[in-house]
Structures are given as structure tokens and as C-alpha cells.
Write a protein that binds this ligand. Structure first.
Ligand code: CP
Length: 302
């Protein structure tokens, strides 16, 4: 992966994914490693973030590197009319690696084509969020002991949810079966279903959340994302469609774990939080180790 951008999870082979997860495991055991020296990483967030931005910044600090960047494009010269390309070329002069989140799909790919330094996609619109996927894979492997042949329930906004799109592609390399739980309006797009069809992988679709949960190894909850809807009335119709409650988990498998990329709004009731099957906060911590592994690999330090 040295000097390569990470724009989509498809950029990585199965072997590269496993290598990053193994490296992340090493960082989990030994999280302070001053290996980056005077490396500068630019953190460019054109869209709000808590976990991704701060776990990247935490990962850079733990590796001994420096961070520059912004969390609001309004404070940059883009506000004066500078082009996105000029912005990337300029920041590439000041850094060895660029981590960027942008609301428009394809922006990270475009940046990787014009930038002389590698780009890490920290989420581009409804498209992909590959570093979230790697931390999800780390969390799944850690809790299940394997990534192979698992039953994954993807719940919520499957139409616009970039985390579920990236996770579906990644888990397809490990023979997963999927259950898609969504309202009609937010179903998994056709291209992802065709992708699974072409691989001969199984998926089913259901509207009710409280059905078949006893078959899940992972229940991956997602938020209905207000920011992806052009019509606020459409958002109002579906915003509280699912709420996972502790009482719904009684017959679930002992190994089952609940994941959520976070932030949550109402889709996981707080009465689930004390349940040992709730794994979403440890999952967010795993983001630090995984992002340490990704950056160390791209920068050629591991
Ligand atoms: N999971 C995730 O991308 O969270 P943030 O939007 O807070 O970065």
C-alpha cells in the first residue's frame, strides 16, 4: 500500500485487508509508537465529523506525527472562490498525506487523481467510507474470531449509507450472507444487489426489524441521514422507522454483536447500551488502531 491512495474499499485485496487488520492488532497491544517522525498529515473535513476526524488525529499523535487541516471549509480560501483542485495541490505542498471527507461522491477519487501525495477517503457523500469499513472488519474479527461465512444484518438507511455500501463490498470477500432491513424508500441500491448476485452470495430483504434477529452474527445499525435527503418531508416519513430495544435481543445468538458507525440518533434505544452485545463504543475505539495501521502502511513505516 506504500504511497497508494485509499479511496474505496475495492482498492484493497483480501490480503491487504488482512495485513491492515493484523497491523491494527499490533497497535492495539502497543498504541504509542513514535514512528512517523516529522511526517505531516493534512486533515480536510468539508463535512461534519466527530469520530473519523478525531480518531485520525489521535492516531497521528500516537504515531508521533503532526496534523494540519480544517474542519470547516468556510474558513479556507474556497470561500473566496479558489477551486477544489488548487486547494488540494496547495495542501499537498504542506503535507505527506491527505485525509479528506467531502459531501459529494467521487471527490476523493478526483483528489487522488490530481494530488502528488496519497489521499485517504474519510467519506464521500453516499458513496464509500473505507476506513470505517476497515475498523468495522477489525471489530467483527475481534468479536467473532473470524470474518468468514457470517450472517450480517444491515439495518436502516441502506440507500444513502456509505458505511453499509463499503461493508457489503468488503464482507463479500469473506463469503458473508446478508439480510437487508430497511423501509421501501431506503432499500439497498440495485447495483449492490447485482454485485452480490454476480458473486453468488445470498441476501434477503425485510421491512420489519424485529424478525429473524436470532439468525444474526452482526446487527449493523445505521442512522437515517437527514443531510442526504433533498425533501425534508421524505426524511420526516422515515426518520424514526427503526428503534432497536433491549427486549428485542432476548433470543439472539451468544456471539451476536451490535455495531453502529455512529452517531446514533434514536435507532438504538439507550436501554441497549449496558447489554454486553452492544459493541458500538469499543468499535469507535478500534478506529484509532485501524487508522494507525492504514497511515503507517501508506506512509511506508510498516
Ligand atoms: N462513523 C463516522 O463516520 O462518524 P463521524 O461522522 O462522527 O466521523
Amino acid at each position: 500500500m506504500k504511497n497508494k491512495s485509499l479511496v474505496a474499499i475495492d482498492d484493497l485485496s483480501k490480503e491487504e485487508i488482512i495485513k491492515i487488520l493484523d497491523l491494527a492488532e499490533g497497535f492495539e497491544k502497543n498504541p504509542i509508537q513514535n514512528i512517523l517522525g516529522k511526517t505531516v498529515v493534512a486533515s480536510l473535513f468539508f463535512e461534519p465529523s466527530t469520530r473519523t476526524r478525531l480518531s485520525f488525529e489521535s492516531a497521528i499523535s500516537r504515531l508521533g506525527g503532526r496534523v494540519i487541516g480544517f474542519s470547516e471549509a468556510a474558513n479556507t480560501s474556497l470561500a473566496k472562490g479558489e477551486s477544489f483542485k488548487d486547494t488540494i495541490l496547495t495542501i499537498a505542498n504542506y503535507s505527506d498525506l491527505i485525509v479528506m471527507r467531502h459531501p459529494i461522491e467521487g471527490t476523493a477519487r478526483y483528489a487522488s487523481e490530481v494530488s502528488p501525495v496519497p489521499i485517504i477517503n474519510a467519506g464521500d457523500g453516499a458513496n464509500q467510507h473505507p476506513t470505517q469499513t476497515l475498523l468495522d472488519l477489525f471489530s467483527i474479527r475481534k468479536t467473532q474470531g473470524t470474518l468468514e461465512n457470517l450472517n450480517i444484518f444491515l439495518v436502516g438507511d441502506l440507500k444513502y449509507g456509505r458505511t453499509v455500501h463499503s461493508l457489503l463490498i468488503a464482507m463479500s470477500q469473506f463469503g458473508a450472507s446478508f439480510t437487508f432491513v430497511s423501509p421501501q424508500e431506503l432499500q439497498m441500491p440495485k447495483e449492490y444487489k447485482m454485485f452480490l448476485d454476480n458473486l453468488g452470495l445470498k441476501y434477503t430483504e425485510q421491512i420489519e426489524l424485529n424478525e429473524n434477529l436470532d439468525k444474526a452474527d452482526i446487527i449493523y445499525m445505521t442512522r437515517v441521514q437527514r443531510e442526504r435527503f433533498s425533501d425534508p418531508l421524505e426524511y420526516e416519513k422515515v426518520k424514526n422507522v427503526y428503534v432497536l430495544r433491549n427486549s428485542m435481543l432476548e433470543n439472539t445468538r451468544p456471539n451476536m454483536r451490535i455495531l453502529h458507525p455512529l452517531p446514533r440518533v434514536n435507532e438504538i434505544h439507550i436501554d441497549v447500551d449496558p447489554n454486553p452485545k452492544a459493541y458500538y463504543f469499543p468499535q469507535a475505539l478500534n478506529g484509532v488502531y485501524t487508522r494507525m495501521a492504514i497511515m503507517a502502511s501508506i506512509l511506508g513505516f510498516k
